[in-house]
Design a protein around this ligand. Sequence first.
Ligand code: ADP
Ligand code: ADP
Length: 229
Amino acid sequence: NEVIRLSGIGKSYYIGKEEVPVLTHIDLSIREGEFVSIMGPSGAGKSTLMNILGCLDRPTRGSYLLDGKEVANLNDSELAYTRNRKIGFVFQSFNLLPRLSALDNVILPMIYGSLFKKERKERAVKMLESVGLGDRINHMPAEMSGGQRQRVAIARALINDPAIIMADEPTGNLDSHSTREVMEIFSKLYEQGKTIILVTHEIDVAAYAGRHVILSDGHISKDIRGPLP
Ligand code: ADP
Ligand code: ADP
């Protein structure tokens, strides 16, 4: 089952009238349940590609089918639904709201859903427990370590049960111990059947994925299935 198909995707930025191509021509198909790393040198276009995959940014040209639907044809509410329900985002800098507790950060994405307040809370507690933070639910982000904050962010990303997880350098601010904890959560999610797309420049982190897409100069230079050589 194909969940993502990019065909001839290009993305340029314009500085005045000058075109700055960032992605030149991307063809990429990702099947349900794949765990894909995206690697490449700084400036290769990894974040740009991630933003397009996450429907956070639009390509300049080409076609993006998500679950068989052309993303360019989605209206604003369909796009919002996609970003809130189909995809869970994890970022390098966690992006937690600093004035909300771990619990309230995880509850937040459910506010547009149909659950009652009590059910939302129970579900968020359960999710925090599942990432090993059952004893931290009332902590504020500033009171937690980087690894703990990232696990809160993962719980938040998972709370609406998205089929796809997109993570952009999720271990970029973590020490090796927290990196391992976070990557073991991703491994479990993979075993549960989630589709995972992970941008990283760390080989040890990419090694958790089963497929490795290498970007250079705005195109895919390698697409490796199986372990990294
Ligand atoms: P990576 O994540 O691989 O480091 P990015 O996707 O962040 O690469 O950036 C790729 C290129 O696009 C870089 O040269 C960057 O300077 C340029 N770029 C990114 N965002 C913008 C923007 N909003 N306007 C102009 N250029 C941009
Ligand atoms: P359900 O709600 O279907 O009964 P679970 O309670 O097992 O299933 O899981 C609820 C959610 O928690 C699911 O979206 C699942 O992906 C997520 N989840 C389960 N285990 C973990 C884990 N170890 N780390 C992160 N998320 C998890």
